[in-house]
Design a protein around this ligand. Structure first.
Ligand code: HMG
Ligand code: MG
Length: 316
């Protein structure tokens, strides 16, 4: 006879906070490096599993994160030496960005590299100045080197439900891009991150999207939901039902890709990490996040943005 004991343990869901990257990349004002570090310190104390701390992209394209290397230099070693240190990650669009990640590694900061492609050709051109195929080609020389060094890898795909320029995107098109990325390197540790860039998805859209994937994808999938229509938390619940166990959020609900903005509409923020954690736990899962400390990070995130917008400069 098999006896099943209820251990009272809930299943763990992984939480990545992307506010220092996605949250701050679309701010009209450039946030002071010291303020970014203050936010990252708060997040380090909050118990999230991963923090996307900055981007190593072209400063011509995203001047808001031109201080990426300086942020890593200031906080990287401190963050890495913490007990239970969260994984730190950075966006890397090409070999130039990868060299920056290697430099950090040599200085004792082991970064996860997040390479980003899209399921929409127009968005790909707008965001990265290349076709989907060209963007994936830029990752070709990076991925084997990263894999050999055992650097954790995340592959983002943007516009997985809708593109701000092309409209609806078919789940099969998203799956096609994921397959091309996994051809570069496929291992159970590769994080497939699906970006709902403009925050319009319904739970039905998420179910249709996940129908295009196998269990082997879903078990290492992250969902990255923006929250324009206020439905992201319901989409999280739907994805949990389908086996997704990793989500991105942005403290204070900041965020948005500058290249997802149109003349009519500024790109929307991510689901707030506070709302994400609350919903995941309400659905019966554990996150390990300290909600009071996360709230302190959210207050800090909103404060530094408001301060910069009002031209008051950095707070202490
Ligand atoms: P390009 O103009 O074709 O690049 O842009 P290039 O190779 O011709 O270089 C142009 C200049 O940029 C050169 O400088 C390079 O040195 C420099 P110059 O000689 O003119 O002075 N450069 C760099 N500098 C530092 N680091 C680098 C780098 N690369 C080139 N890595 C490129 C192509 C991909 C570089 C550009 O389009 C780019 O950086 N795009 C990034 C856009 C971006 O960061 N968007 C937001 C992130 S994606 C997002 O938010 C979506 C997501 O959240 C998921 C979702 O919500 O869907 C992830
Ligand atoms: Mg995003």
């Amino acid at each position: 006879m098999c006896v099943v004991y209820d251990t009272g343990m809930s299943e763990k869901v992984r939480i990545t906070d992307v506010s220092p990257r996605d949250g701050l990349q679309n701010e009209p004002e450039i946030i002071a490096t010291d303020d970014k570090i203050r936010l990252i310190r708060r997040l380090l104390a909050s118990g999230v599993d991963e923090i996307e701390v900055t981007s190593f992209v072209s400063p011509r394209w995203v001047p808001q994160l031109a201080d990426g290397p300086a942020v890593i230099e200031a906080i990287g070693v401190e963050a890495t030496c913490m007990a239970d240190a969260p994984q730190l990650s950075v966006l890397v669009p090409n070999e130039q960005g990868f060299e920056e990640a290697l430099l950090a590694r040599e200085q004792g900061v082991p970064l996860k590299i997040a390479m980003f492609a899209a399921a929409s050709e127009t968005f790909s051109q707008q965001n990265t100045n290349g076709t989907i195929a060209e963007v994936i080609d830029r990752f070709r020389p990076i991925v084997p080197r990263a894999a050999e060094l055992e650097m954790p890898i995340r592959f983002y795909v943007s516009c997985v439900v809708e593109c701000p320029f092309e409209g609806r995107i078919k789940p099969a098109a998203v799956r096609g891009v994921v397959d091309q990325l996994l051809e570069l390197h496929d291992s159970p540790t590769v994080d497939i991150d699906l970006g709902e860039t403009i925050g319009v998805a319904t739970p039905d859209d998420i179910n249709a999207l996940l129908d295009a994937f196998d269990d082997s994808h879903i078990e290492r999938m992250t969902l990255h939901l923006h929250d324009t229509q206020g439905r992201a938390a319901d989409c999280v619940a739907a994805a949990l039902q389908r086996g997704v166990r990793s989500f991105d959020g942005s403290a204070g609900g900041l965020g948005g890709c500058p290249y997802a903005s149109t003349e009519e509409r500024r790109a929307p923020g991510n689901i707030a990490t506070e709302s994400l954690v609350q919903r995941v736990e309400a659905e019966g899962f554990e996150t390990g996040v300290d909600t009071e400390r996360l709230e302190a990070a959210a207050v800090c995130a909103r404060e530094i943005v408001l301060t910069a917008r009002s031209g008051m400069g950095g707070l202490t």
